[in-house]
Design a protein around this ligand. Structure first.
Ligand code: AMP
Ligand code: MG
Length: 487
């Protein structure tokens, strides 16, 4: 079948071809009444797709996988994973499909993927479907994370299917069309390792190297270099999450990419009042994936990746373990360096400012924020007004004014750059109460709040009149917020 929406774009099925053991050819369910809820036009253009054509009924069929572009081989991908610490040997795309890969207008290989496209052989007890709310949540939050400047999968479109989905109540169904530099996960390697087929594991590693870390192919030990590259990418990614107050919510190993992109926006949320123990996810009852635990969890997940890679690292298992342990040790220093560099930027300090001066300054500031449960995002934005002569907006947010004043004096002595602060401290994040408001309205058919929220969060650093409520913390009566798993 051909579609006017894809005339210029060649689809490939590279993953399906190179790793057939991990790809089950499958078809998306039909949708009784497909209706476009949101289309990411800039992303469509980036992919070489024509937004006008995508809006036609034929274009919608492409977006939901009912019109298969030439060259595409839709597959359900196999992966394993540790979920909340417990190992599941066979997860896989239970309600998702990889449509295929395209080369975008900048020559980069991107996956086109469907989420909510019906049951697959990996569906187990699930219905294979997704509801409008959670798919729009992924759309909004992933696009916000991208606009902030953090690596992430992207969202091309959400299409309502016209099919109801049974959850606690009956909800309108939808499908997300997702774009990623790949869908290779730590869990993909766990799956290949568990098959006890070192040739499969090597092919998977070679595929990952070719797609994400071509430099590793030149290394003396390419698979060790792959592990080191993933470790560095994740150290940088999680540092960026922490700096902006992002809580992933479900950092299972199947939800951690090899590319270093954020993936699988389920019970995610942005921190409001600063507290490392913050958990918003209703399914995270022990706080395993609390805000402050994220670096440790990332390191734990990388240890699982290392275990999966062991047979490729060295023929001798003891030496393989030694290499893995040594490489994993780099995570902490890489993470700390990325985080401290980011904190310097948030405080408008020159990158050469002495770490021994910056570190205690940052620690003291965070203690002040924690003490007052201060809104993290608006505090840093307000703090940027202080070098311009107005400390009051930030000062008014903390409890211990004397400590704050003393802190500001020390900080000002380092000559902070207010304009640089405004370039890294967002005004607009997808605040939980605004996301809930937008998803609730969209579920009832009103897309206006979602569209306005997208205007704010996809241009997060540029303060604009009329968007004041998108910069403000949740009202008191919003209460102790909980998100439910994005199913
Ligand atoms: P997630 O929590 O979204 O990362 O998903 C974990 C696993 O459960 C993956 O293998 C998903 O494909 C699968 N899954 C989640 N929701 C559903 C559903 N409604 N139907 C089938 N499989 C699902
Ligand atoms: Mg997942």
């Amino acid at each position: 079948m051909s579609s006017p929406a894809q005339t210029n774009v060649a689809f490939d099925g590279r993953f399906a071809r190179e790793l057939p053991e991990m790809a089950i050819p499958w078809q998306a369910d039909g949708a009784p009444d497909p209706r476009l809820l949101v289309l990411n036009e800039p992303l469509a253009i980036e992919l070489g797709l024509d937004p006008i054509s995508l809006r036609t009924s034929e274009g919608l069929l492409l977006l939901i996988g009912n019109s298969i572009p030439e060259g595409a081989t839709p597959v359900a991908q196999a992966y394993a994973g540790h979920q909340f610490g417990g190992y599941s040997p066979r997860l896989g795309d239970g309600r998702a499909l990889l449509l295929g890969e395209v080369v975008d207008t900048e020559g980069r290989l991107r996956d086109l993927h469907l989420k909510g496209s019906g049951r697959t052989p990996f569906a187990r007890g699930g219905d294979g479907l997704a509801a409008v709310g959670p798919m729009l949540r992924e759309y909004v939050v992933s696009e916000a994370v991208n606009a902030i400047g953090i690596p992430t999968t992207r969202s091309l479109a959400v299409v309502a299917t016209g099919r109801p989905v049974q959850r606690e109540t009956q909800l309108p169904g939808a499908l997300l069309t997702r774009v990623a530099s790949s869908h290779l996960r730590v869990g993909s390697f766990q799956y290949a390792r568990a098959r006890d087929d070192v040739h499969l594991l090597r092919r998977l590693a070679d595929h990952a190297i070719a797609r994400h870390y071509p430099g590793a192919a030149e290394a003396e030990n390419p698979y060790l270099a792959l592990f080191q590259d993933v470790t560095a990418a994740q150290a940088s990614l999680v540092a960026q999450w922490m700096l902006v107050g992002f809580i992933h919510g479900v950092m299972n190993t199947d939800n951690m990419t090899i590319s270093g992109e954020t993936i699988d926006y389920g019970p995610c949320a942005f921190l409001e009042g600063f507290d490392p123990a913050t958990v918003y996810s209703s399914i995270d009852q022990t706080g395993r994936y609390a805000y402050g635990n994220q670096p440790l969890v990332a390191e734990w997940n990388l240890a699982r990746l290392a275990e999966a890679l062991l047979p490729l690292l060295h023929d001798d298992q003891e030496q393989a373990v030694a290499l893995a342990v040594e490489s994993l040790e780099a995570f902490r220093s890489q993470y700390s360096a990325a985080w401290l560099a980011g904190m310097k930027a948030k405080l408008g300090l020159h990158k050469d400012t002495d770490d021994d001066v910056t570190s205690p300054l940052v620690d003291e500031l965070l203690a002040l924020l924690q003490e007052g449960h201060v809104d993290y995002t608006s505090f840093f934005r307000n703090l940027g007004k202080s070098p311009r002569g107005d400390a009051e907006p930030a000062r008014g947010m903390v409890l211990d004014l004397a400590a704050f004043d003393a802190w500001v004096d020390r900080w000002h002595a380092l000559d902070p750059d207010a304009d640089a602060m405004d370039r890294v401290n967002p005004v607009y994040i997808p605040r939980n109460h605004l996301v809930e408001e937008a998803l609730g309205a969209a579920t009832l058919g009103d897309l206006a709040p979602l569209e306005k929220l997208l205007v704010a969060v996809t241009n997060p650093y540029d303060e604009r009149p009329g968007l004041e409520r998108y910069a403000a913390p949740a009202p008191e009566d919003f209460g102790a917020y909980r998100t439910f798993c994005g199913t």
